[in-house]
Design a protein around this ligand. Structure first.
Ligand code: PEP
Length: 254
């Protein structure tokens, strides 16, 4: 189970109707149940979380959320708390997605969100990634600082409930994904940086996913040659049958 690949479907602000949300979730659930080496997490917009969940336990299928408030509860109009998400059946929550960082989330906000997610007994999917790359390797320094900042104050005994999604911002929503050899290099760098903060064992156990322009054509190769523990998939996760093909391709990697 722990060596299973993890595929996160980040629906973003899609689809526009409840009917479509139910249809996409049902199709994903059905396919997930047939996978042998892969766990699937769908992260719908908040209003569709209940509809996307299954009433009965469903093999290899989990519900996640795309973000969470840093607050516990009370007078915070428009916010959604971690305990509410847990109560709806969410097992995973994304923190630090670049689209949320672009709307104002700082490393400090991200670390507070991670703390809320972990306190509520869910797994945090923490997104990190550079905006651009340069020949001098400035992206390594950027990434190291972002990881250190995002995990400030997180207790060592909680880190088994953290997954990192390495998502170079320039690849999100783009036409082309990062080449697998670079994905492999960055995944190793993320694990090493995590190990520097939380110790060698935590670094070894950490699951690192890749995200950015993944589709059914490139997914298998990114997982195989990029040697990542899974993928964070945006657009393709609401595109049927593309997502079904993507799940099958990753499952074949074994
Ligand atoms: C994402 O939403 O994090 C993402 C990687 O999007 P896309 O797969 O559409 O590039």
């Amino acid at each position: 189970m722990s060596s299973h690949k993890l595929i996160i479907g980040n629906w973003k602000m899609n689809p526009s109707t409840l009917e479509d949300a139910k249809r996409i979730a049902k199709r994903t659930r059905t396919v997930a149940a047939r996978l042998a080496h892969t766990e699937v997490v769908v992260c719908p917009p908040f209003p569709f979380i209940v509809a996307a969940s299954s009433r009965k336990p469903s093999a290899n299928f989990h519900i996640g959320a795309q973000s969470v408030s840093i607050e516990e509860g009370g007078a915070h109009t428009g916010e959604v708390g971690a305990s509410m998400l847990k109560n709806l059946g969410a097992e995973y929550v994304i923190a630090g997605h670049s689209e949320q960082r672009a709307s104002g989330d700082t490393d400090e906000t991200v670390s507070k969100k991670i703390a809320r997610i972990l306190e509520s007994g869910m797994t945090a999917i923490v997104c990190v990634g550079e905006k651009s790359r340069d020949e001098n390797g400035g992206h390594f320094e950027f990434l190291k600082n972002q990881i250190k900042g995002s995990f400030t104050g997180i207790a060592e005994d909680k880190v088994k409930h953290i997954v990192i999604a390495y998502e170079p911002v320039w690849a999100i929503g783009a036409k082309e994904a990062m080449v697998p050899s670079d994905v492999n290099e960055m995944s190793i760098f993320v694990k090493k940086t995590f190990a520097d903060i939380f110790g060698a064992e935590a670094g070894l156990k950490l699951k690192v996913l890749y995200g950015g322009a993944v589709n059914f054509r490139n997914a298998g190769e990114i997982v195989r040659s990029g040697r990542v523990d899974g993928l964070l998939v945006g657009r393709e996760s609401v595109n049927m049958p593309g997502f079904v093909e993507l799940l099958k391709a990753v499952d074949e990697v074994g």
